[in-house]
Design a protein around this ligand. Structure first.
Ligand SMILES: O=C(O)CCC(=O)C(=O)O
Ligand SMILES: [Fe+2]
Length: 333
């Protein structure tokens, strides 16, 4: 197929598809933006695909060519991976790690160079994934589109849900077939799909034990250690018991609510051309009254706080396990 056409036209051919994994998934419900049931689902911290909101509609003109004409000379942040898996790796934490070489590297390049590499890409080359905060690609004409997003609707909703203000927007421009490894984020996300198709596989925070996130000090903190394509069940036996998984396939105009602390794995459809998405992150409102029994995500917050405290006090991650065992085994177990 003509690579140039593939990149520009963002077509969806008949053989387009997603990857196969070995677990059962329920469908995330699809709810129109003005449906009265929408708020109840979001207030229960359940994922939902919101249709028809036109929340980020002005970004639909942000095709690769359009972006090239507007931000072609801007330097943007691009992840490069040897294979289709993009495992987020915080370079600032690398010195504290025991030394695994990251498979995903962050680089900075001009947008026009990124696009050139996308168009000239051939099997065997590193795969690329542009991930840049909107604030750093501010360019007058993009800001005009950005200002025309449905901010009244967004702000009204975030007040209904008692979320804090928007903290950031990430622009995600992926090669088809790219996969973002399973992880959780600490904020609520309204994830707007602009071009192409993406599939989310989501698991609730109750599945923390089955997904074995890396330790908190590790550069891959918040990412699951389990490789969905080839899970190591000896090392991660509880992955066999995983349940509560949900699937959402997003097309242009869809917005997915990803609740804070929900695990998500994200795929850009294979052979579908590049995808463009924008995430809108909001902090939870910490002043909300605590209601018992605590929710699963609140227990994840507690365990992360205890883990952080132990790491700070012990100064050696190897000691965490024995201290926790001495504290609980035969006493709380
Ligand atoms: O779209 C992707 O590849 C990852 C998006 C994601 O993890 C997020 O917006 O939180
Ligand atoms: Fe995420």
């Amino acid at each position: 197929m003509n690579e140039e056409r593939r990149v520009n036209d963002i077509e969806y051919s008949a053989d387009s598809k997603f990857r196969n994994y070995n677990f059962c998934l329920d469908k995330v419900p699809k709810v129109p933006f003005d449906d009265p049931n929408l708020d109840a689902t979001i207030l229960q911290n359940r994922p939902v695909i919101i249709t028809g909101s036109k929340m980020a509609a002005p970004a639909s003109k942000w095709t690769p060519d359009y972006l090239q004409s507007v931000i072609g000379n801007r330097r943007v942040s691009v992840l490069a991976s040897r294979d289709h898996n993009f495992l987020f790796h915080n370079a600032k934490m690398v010195n504290k790690d025991s030394g695994d070489a990251p498979l995903t590297k962050r680089t900075v390049m001009k947008f026009s160079d990124f696009l050139k590499r996308l168009r000239e890409w051939k099997p065997g080359d590193d795969r690329l994934y542009l991930q840049e905060k909107f604030s750093s690609c501010l360019e007058a004409s993009l800001v005009k589109d950005y200002d025309e997003f449905k901010w009244n609707w967004i702000n009204h909703k975030r007040k209904v849900y008692s979320w804090g203000p928007l903290t950031s927007n990430l622009i995600l421009l992926a090669m088809d077939g790219n996969v973002t490894s399973c992880h959780f984020d600490e904020q609520h996300n309204l994830f707007a799909q602009i071009h192409g198709y993406k599939r989310f596989i989501l698991f609730p925070p109750s599945q923390y034990e089955c997904l074995y996130p890396y330790p908190l000090y590790h550069p891959c903190d918040r990412q699951s250690q389990v490789n969905f394509e080839n899970p190591d069940l000896e090392k991660f036996p509880k992955f066999r018991e995983i349940e509560g998984g949900m699937e959402a396939i997003l097309g242009p105009g869809d917005v997915l609510y990803v609740p804070n602390y929900w695990f998500h794995h994200v795929e850009s459809m294979m052979n579908g051309g590049p995808t463009l998405s924008i995430s809108f992150w909001f902090k939870d409102n910490l002043r909300k009254e605590t209601v018992y029994p605590l929710k699963d995500f609140q227990k994840v917050i507690i365990s992360r706080n205890v883990e952080r405290m132990l790491l700070e006090l012990l100064r050696d991650p190897k000691e965490v396990s024995s201290v926790l065992k001495a504290m609980t085994l035969g006493r709380y177990s």
